[in-house]
Design a protein around this ligand. Structure first.
Ligand SMILES: *Cc1c(COP(=O)(O)O)cnc(C)c1O
Length: 385
C-alpha cells in the first residue's frame, strides 16, 4: 500500500491495521473471537474461514503495508499459504517451473500432490535464470522461486525471473520467508505473489504457527476463492499474537541482521571453519546480486566445520545456542542438515547439492554476538577433543 509507505517502517509495524478499541480506548487491538456475526444490512458475511473477522481483516492491512502490496491473506501455517497460492492458479494440464533448492515442505507438497491433480512440474538445475528459460513450455503457468534459499543461502535474481515470466505471461511466486519483508520486498522487482511462513521471522518468538500471502487485490481475491475451500485460516487469538509480534518485526530483524554480519565475519576468520555461506560476505558468489535486491542480508547463514570436528558433538556442546529444527526466533539456533532436513538423501545426492557432513545452518538471534562467539569457540574446542 503506497500510502503507508510514507510513514516509517516502525510506525507501520506498530500502527497499520490496528483494530481500534472504540468502547474502552485500550492501547492494543481487542480480540474478536466471534465465529458468528449479524448480517446487519451489510454484504460482508463475516466468518473465520472467510478470512474476514475483524482481527484477520486488519492484520491483512499490516502485512500488505510491510510487503508494499495492495492486499494480503493470513493462514494457519506457511504451507497452508503456499499450497493455497499454488492450487489457486494451477489446474489439470498446467505446468509449473520450480527452483531446485526450495523449502523441504514445499518440495514434498509438489512431488506428493501434483500428480494426483494432473499438474506437471519441472525443477531447475540451479537458481540461475538461464536454467529456468529452457523449462518453460506452452502450458507453464507459474515460476516459483525462493531466495535466499535453504540451507546454502543461494540468491536468485528476482528481477530477471520476473522479466522472464512477464515475457511469457507467466505468474511469479516467491517464498520470502528467509529475508522477511524487512530485508526484501519482491513486489518492487515485479514478483506477483509473495509467500511467507509467518512461523519464522513474522512470528519471531518460536510460539506461533502461521503463514501469509501478499499480492495485488486481484490476485488475493483469486487465491481467497480457493483458500475458503481449503480452510487454512488462523484462530483470532493467534492472529492477535501475530499482530503483536509484527510490532517489533523491524527491531528484531534489524538487530538479528546486524548480529549475523558480525557472526559471519567471525566465522569466516576462524581456522576451524572451512566455508561460510552468507550473502553479506564479499566471498559469497552472489554478494553483488544480494546487495542489489536485498535491503539487508538477513540473519540466516550456514557454515562448514573443518574435518575432524563432529557436527553433532559440536551442537551438543553448545550451551547458549539451541540445536533446533526451526529458525528465525529471537534465540539463536543451529541445525545439521545432514542429520535432519536432508537426512533422507543419499550421500551422493547430498554432496551433489553441496551439503557436507560438517555443515551447520545457523539462525542468528538477538543475543550479543560476543556471547554467541564465546559459545561457538568453547563448543568447537570440546568437539575437537
Ligand atoms: C518453515 C518454512 C516454510 C513452511 O512454513 P510452516 O509455517 O512450517 O508451514 C516455508 N518456507 C520456508 C523458507 C520455511 O522456512
Amino acid at each position: 500500500m503506497k500510502e503507508s509507505k510514507k510513514i516509517g517502517i516502525n510506525t507501520t509495524c506498530v500502527h497499520v491495521g490496528e483494530v481500534k478499541d472504540e468502547q474502552f480506548k485500550g492501547a492494543v487491538s481487542p480480540i474478536y473471537p466471534a465465529t458468528s456475526y449479524a448480517f446487519d444490512g451489510v454484504d460482508v458475511k463475516r466468518y473465520p474461514r472467510y478470512f474476514n473477522t475483524p482481527n484477520q481483516e486488519m492484520l491483512h492491512k499490516k502485512i500488505a503495508a510491510l510487503e508494499n502490496t495492495e492486499d494480503a491473506l493470513i493462514f494457519g501455517s506457511g504451507m497452508a499459504a503456499i499450497s493455497a497460492a499454488l492450487m489457486a492458479f494451477l489446474q489439470k494440464g498446467d505446468h509449473v517451473v520450480i527452483q531446485q533448492v526450495i523449502y523441504g515442505g514445499t518440495y514434498n507438497f509438489i512431488v506428493s500432490e501434483f500428480d494426483k491433480y494432473g499438474i506437471e512440474y519441472s525443477f531447475t538445475e540451479s537458481d540461475k535464470v538461464e536454467d529456468f528459460t529452457p523449462l518453460i513450455k506452452e502450458n507453464t503457468k507459474v515460476l516459483y522461486i525462493e531466495t535466499p534459499s535453504n540451507p546454502l543461502l543461494g540468491i536468485t535474481d528476482i528481477k530477471a525471473i520476473s522479466s522472464l515470466a512477464k515475457e511469457h505471461k507467466i505468474l511469479t511466486m516467491i517464498d520470502n520467508t528467509f529475508a522477511s519483508p524487512i530485508n526484501q520486498n519482491p513486489v518492487d522487482f515485479g514478483i506477483d505473489i509473495i509467500l511467507h511462513s509467518a512461523t519464522k521471522y513474522m512470528g519471531g518468538h518460536s510460539d506461533i504457527s502461521a503463514g501469509a500471502i501478499a499480492a495485488s487485490k486481484e490476485h488475493i481475491e483469486h487465491i481467497w476463492k480457493t483458500a475458503i475451500n481449503f480452510g487454512g485460516n488462523l484462530s483470532d487469538q493467534t492472529v492477535w499474537l501475530l499482530e503483536r509480534s509484527l510490532k517489533t518485526l523491524n527491531l528484531r530483524v534489524k538487530e538479528q541482521t546486524k548480529n549475523a554480519q558480525k557472526m559471519a565475519e567471525f566465522l569466516e576468520d576462524n581456522p576451524d571453519i572451512d566455508t561460510v555461506y552468507y550473502p553479506g560476505l564479499k566471498s559469497h558468489p552472489q554478494y553483488k546480486l544480494a546487495k542489489k535486491q536485498m535491503k539487508g542480508f538477513g540473519a540466516m547463514m550456514s557454515f562448514e566445520l573443518s574435518e575432524g570436528i563432529d557436527a553433532m558433538k559440536f551442537q551438543n556442546n553448545l550451551q547458549l545456542i539451541k540445536p533446533s529444527m526451526s529458525l528465525a526466533g529471537l534465540e539463536s539456533t543451529t541445525v545439521s542438515p545432514v542429520q535432519t532436513t536432508h537426512a533422507l538423501l543419499s550421500e551422493e545426492e547430498r554432496l551433489a547439492r553441496g551439503i557436507k557432513d560438517g555443515l551447520i545452518r545457523f539462525s542468528v538471534g538477538i543475543e550479543e554476538p560476543e556471547d554467541l562467539i564465546e559459545d561457538i569457540l568453547q563448543a568447537i574446542k570440546k568437539a575437537k577433543s
